[in-house]
Design a binder for this molecule. Sequence first.
Ligand code: PHE
Length: 456
Amino acid sequence: MKQQVEVKPRDGFTTGLGVIAATLGSAIGLGNIWKFPSLTGTNGGAAFLILYLACTLLVGLPVMISELSLGRRARANAVSTFQTLAPREPWWLVGASGALAAFLILAFYTEVAAWVFAYIFKAGLGALNSTSPVIISQAFTNLVSDPVQSLLWQWGVLIFIAVIIIAGVSKGIEATTKRLMPALFIILLVVIVRSVTLPGAGEGLSFLFRPDFSKVTWATVLVAMGLSFFKLSVGMGTMITYGSYFRSEQNIPWTAARVMLGDVLVSVLAGIAIFPAVFAFGFQPDAGASLLFITIPAVFSAMPLGQVFMVLFFILAAIAATGAMLSLLEVPVAFLSEKLAWSRLVSTTVTTVILVGFGSLAALSGSVLADFKPFGMTMFDLYDFTTSNILLPLGGLFICLFVGWRWARNEAVATLSNDGMLRNERIVRLFLGTVKFVTPVLVFVVLLNGLGVIKL
Ligand code: PHE
């Protein structure tokens, strides 16, 4: 008699819309708000956009399609995926390095998210109502340099994400992102209408879009390529893990393409929401933390009903950060619960407790640990540097090499075409050619540059 093994069905995304909401939710993150728009503005406007699209098509998107395919084929977490597809070979290390990267990204990303969440309340209470960047910068410094506030906000964010993750893939991640994504678009449109109807808004639009090809250098190409990795959440197992929850009938190349386009759209819209207002009130178009936490509150304070828009804006940023953090936390949680057969509750709790430890080192980088600088960087910067410049490109490189050179071609074709159901032979051929010969070479260059081995 055949032995009956009781297998609990694996949780996964239940609808096509759910797949898109969760995957797009991972791609859309703080990167769309504080990285993409200012990089576009300072690196040649429309010229940079064209460059970014090219880099995404040649690097980000192929790695994303590769990851989703591997995950869905193996239907397992990032580490087991490689163990299933290439047993007794060291490829599982790629998954393990991905899980580590997810962990380290979370350690500092949750701190930035913590500031965003704190700002929703501070803006709501009127603590940021000032058109003077000096005063707001003081408020920001007070937050960052206060160890208690930094830690508590970060732990709060971690618990918030953990609760959603414990609820599961369909009832937690999918249900949440399905609600948050439409809200994100609506808020974004409201802020855009406000921003572009301000007198003098045109200057911001021209900052963002005026093509200046003289700004495009090799260094810009590398920036665009690195950005495409971070933006599409690839190189660290997120998309392998999410791919493992995709429905069997989901068209992987088409889903990835839509997510990539949706993500670029949100980045461009975020730029349109931010820069017209920044220029209309005569502020400097900064980047990074100072744009988000100093310039933007000052800009909103200068407009009628500004406090309302300020609160809305930080809710928008918090939504963006939430989808990204969910996908990051899911990587180690899926790994622990499948490898050690722990329940989601236990895996998530253990991961969160360890994260509180690692994350606190980042949270305290602005206060008590400001002078603790292994390798010349604060822990916050060290986490950022190691993941963006080393682990993500390295992960991406090996994922491409695996799909292009190690994985049996017929397996890849079967996964990408849903066992021949989709008539997409040409797309599949184009993808496999790119992932074999083009993407690895480009990623290798990014990696060498990130490590400072070459300076283009
Ligand atoms: N894509 C996210 C952003 O733009 C960041 C992220 C990177 C999320 C890696 C998950 C994994 O902010």
